[in-house]
Design a protein around this ligand. Structure first.
Ligand code: ZN
Length: 167
């Protein structure tokens, strides 16, 4: 092999950020289907836009925040899509109620039915079956970030745990 060289400047890796809340906006988005179950998913990346870590992309290292939109698990149970509703509220994204036709960015009402909560339309109070245009790039939010161990490694990486309203 001939003599080769490499520069450490080109091999800088981002150290994970401390666990916490960061002000951010949606930087990139795409949809995918789960390779295991064909369930539809929204995938988001966020960019921190305040403070010393401004410009940093989360979850980082090319990772995405996955939001299930439906479908079933491998065991046949329906995927819980609570995260979709919570993300729409966190981003103050627009949605349309299939029952009354209202289009709004208002948060869903959490209605207690027995021992469960469901998301309900703030306009008609019916369970919120929704449609929405997932063009969310630029929408501002606050992300809750945690650290997790990478598979087969002691190194840690950031994970986005929740998308919360900015104010
Ligand atoms: Zn409604």
């Amino acid at each position: 092999m001939p003599k080769m060289s490499a520069s450490a400047d080109s091999a800088i890796m981002e150290a994970p950020l401390p666990k916490g809340h960061y002000f951010a906006h949606v930087k990139d988005e795409k949809t995918e289907v789960s390779k295991k179950t064909d369930a539809p998913m929204i995938c988001l990346q966020f960019e921190i836009d305040q403070g010393e870590h401004s410009g940093r992309v989360l979850p980082g290292m090319g990772g995405w925040y996955y939001i299930m939109m439906g479908g079933r698990r491998e065991n046949g149970e329906p995927h819980r899509i609570t995260t979709l509703y919570e993300t729409i509220m966190g981003l103050r994204a627009e949605w349309t109620c299939q029952a009354c036709g209202a289009t709004t960015t208002k948060p869903f009402h959490k209605e207690k039915i027995g021992a469960r909560y469901i998301f309900a339309c703030p306009n008609c109070s019916k369970p919120a079956d929704i449609s929405f245009d997932g063009s969310w790039i630029g929408l501002r939010c606050k992300v809750r970030v945690d650290l997790e161990k990478m598979q087969d490694s002691d190194e840690e990486r950031n994970v986005v745990k929740a998308v919360l309203p900015r104010e």
